[in-house]
Design a protein around this ligand. Structure first.
Ligand code: 13P
Length: 252
């Protein structure tokens, strides 16, 4: 059975006190979270060290980084190395989020290197893909998303792909309140799963979790998560509200 995952991407939000309070709120409400789902939070990088200590005794919460570079150490001012993340017991890392592709010009080649480096250090990449509104409107969105995957992720060998999580996040749904309908999301998730099977076989296709992201909230998560190829969510805004994030975890 595929892992169910609910991951919170806090993006560049919350000052240190607010972030720590939110984490403590989640920890205190452990019993309300879905014990069958993997709960992941991706706070801002400066908080990861302290957060790693705070969750050390609560390993039902896994930590993820929002970013990593592909080199272990050296003169790369401002970057985060997978070795550094590993030393803090960080389990997941986002790769290819649309905000990084757009604002920081991260291209397919860089993303492939990041995925590989993370896997080499036993950190699970959450590889994000998704199309802009104009691509959706022009009706070539299926090919567009498949190409994002083919270019960066599917160039890797099968054992590496088997260690990844994929997140489909249509850009027009991110932070807009306009979520994809469950049919729209399932269509792409189903295509991704089919492409995984065509490239890497049934076993890998049936084991890689595919998350949906883009205005996923407590009131639409159940419908989205009931789709056969949707294995959870990558949650932005709603993950900043402890009770909403918790509700979403119970939406399977
Ligand atoms: P929202 O849930 O705020 O739309 O953000 C989704 C997202 O980008 C998660 O990575």
């Amino acid at each position: 059975m595929r892992k169910k995952i609910v991951a919170g991407n806090w993006k560049m939000n919350l000052d240190y006190t607010q972030a720590k309070n939110l984490l403590q709120d989640l920890i205190q409400n452990k019993d309300k979270f879905n014990a069958d789902a993997e709960i992941v939070i991706c706070p801002s990088a400066p908080y990861l060290g302290v957060f790693a200590e705070l969750v050390a005794a609560h390993d039902w919460i896994k930590l993820g980084s929002q970013n990593a570079y592909f080199i272990d150490s050296g003169a790369f001012t401002g970057e985060i190395s997978p070795v550094q993340l590993k030393s803090l017991n960080i389990k997941y890392c986002l790769v290819g989020h649309s905000e990084r592709r757009d604002n920081f010009n991260e291209d397919y080649n860089l993303l492939a290197k990041k995925v590989k480096a993370l896997i080499n250090h036993d950190i699970t990449p959450i590889f994000c893909c998704g199309e802009q509104l104009q691509v959706r409107s022009s009706n070539v969105y299926r090919e567009f998303v498949m190409k994002q995957l083919e270019d960066s992720l599917f160039s890797l060998p099968a054992p590496d792909v088997a260690k990844c999580v994929i997140a489909y996040e249509p850009i027009w749904a991110i932070g807009t309140g306009q979520t994809a309908s469950s049919e729209q999301a399932q269509e792409i998730h189903g295509l991704i799963r089919a492409r995984l099977e065509a490239n890497f076989g049934e076993k890998i296709a049936n084991s890689v979790p595919i998350l949906y992201g883009g205005s996923c909230k407590p009131d639409n998560a159940k419908e989205l998560f009931s789709q056969k190829d949707i294995d959870g969510g990558l949650i932005g805004g709603a993950s900043l509200v402890g009770a909403d994030f918790c509700d979403i975890s119970n939406s399977f």
